[in-house]
Design a protein around this ligand. Structure first.
Ligand code: AP5
Length: 217
């Protein structure tokens, strides 16, 4: 298996869903900055406290905090799926520099193309296992028993930032601050685009193809 991959897409585009599938199938490590921040918040760390207000409002947490956090997560000899990072040009430049310091090449980026109107419906119906980060959707990907995780049977919850007004803010922030990364990776010849409106398994298929994993089994 090859190299680091950045999953790029709006809130609810399916980055976490796909990262979990590829992690299980191909041994990638998923680094979800959203999950890590929620873990910090639940553990009451300084970073968690600093991030909380930004997350509640649907704003981005400051770049310096995010870059430090990701730096501390990178380990030699693993291929990472970055889920939710980078989200600004400054974060993308910092990631390139961090990977370069470790002798790793530039990451491949995959843009999850999906209209804004579909993202809202996905976020409003999302249920998550807070212990494992596993996500479901009440209509598109329901658990076997409503409100309970298929794997560990624990209760599923809705995220605090999946409320209509916060969703709108997150979508605006994505458009303004993260969309420029599509051009950033395209200009470096490192961008693939996939149709993220399709069913989960079809998106997985395209993602595997986009990062050249068809023959990795
Ligand atoms: P984060 O947790 O990263 O949230 P996000 O980017 O808004 O992404 P989501 O987790 O909402 O969506 P997803 O694409 O993973 O979709 P999912 O697979 O769950 O960030 C939260 C906050 O943390 C930010 O607002 C910010 O404050 C802070 N933060 C995090 N990283 C940061 C950074 N780098 N810099 C600064 N701040 C940062 O799918 C969504 C739903 O759709 C689920 O219900 C799923 O079951 C369903 N679904 C998935 N795929 C499909 C499909 N193909 N068809 C039908 N339904 C589907």
């Amino acid at each position: 298996m090859s190299q680091d991959v950045v999953l790029l897409g709006g809130p609810g585009a399916g980055k976490g869903t796909q990262a979990q599938i590829l992690q299980r199938q191909f041994g990638y490590r998923q680094i979800s900055t959203g999950d890590l921040l929620r873990e910090h918040r639940n553990n009451g760390t300084e970073l968690g406290k600093a991030a909380e207000e930004y997350m509640k409002r649907g704003d981005l947490v400051p770049d310096a905090l995010m870059i430090d956090m990701v730096d501390g997560e990178l380990h030699e000899g693993e291929s990472v799926l970055f889920d939710g990072f980078p989200r600004t040009i400054a974060q993308a430049e910092a990631l390139d520099a961090l990977l370069d310091t470790e002798g790793r090449g530039l990451p491949e980026a995959v843009y999850f193309d999906i209209p804004r109107s579909m993202l809202e419906e996905r976020l409003l119906g999302r249920w998550t296992n807070p212990r494992t980060g596993r996500v479901y959707h009440e209509k598109f990907n329901p658990p076997k028993s409503a409100g309970l995780d298929d794997e560990d049977g624990g209760p599923l919850v809705q995220r605090e930032d999946d409320k209509p007004e916060t969703i709108k803010k997150r979508l605006d922030v994505f458009q303004a601050q993260t969309m420029p990364l599509v051009d950033y990776y395209d200009a470096r010849g490192r961008l693939a685009r996939i149709d993220a409106t399709l069913a989960v398994e079809d998106v997985t298929h395209m993602l595997i193809h986009a990062i050249g994993l068809e023959h990795a089994h």
